[in-house]
Design a binder for this molecule. Sequence first.
Ligand code: NI
Length: 137
Amino acid sequence: MSRKVAVYRKEHFNAAHRLHNPDLSDSENQLIFGKCNSVNYHGHNYELIVKVVGEVNPKTGYVIDMKDLSSIIHTEIIERFDHKNLNLDTEEFKNLNPTAENIVYVIYTLIKAKLSPLLDLKIRLYETERNFVEYPA
Ligand code: NI
């Protein structure tokens, strides 16, 4: 008998970025990325929602111990990206444009690597209140 439950953890971090594709001309970059291409970077308050789906463990009554989930998010994501310039300060975005689409994928990959393979993971990332992305789609 299967009883899968979704559990969620919300976190946030602040980070600066600049959207830029070095393979494109300055005017193309400006056309595509607009203000987000501004040379001196800009910041966002990113809201992160981590969704984990799995069977409820009959011994603990948990899908995952939320202390463990929180600790994974802090170690893998918050310590890595909070108060950082994503383009300049992180390995992950040295050669990857830090769009919300790319950030959510990187976050998914980092957390997924630390979770039991029996658990399903979905990440939602808010760049602003109105703009957010989800992976997997
Ligand atoms: Ni931006």
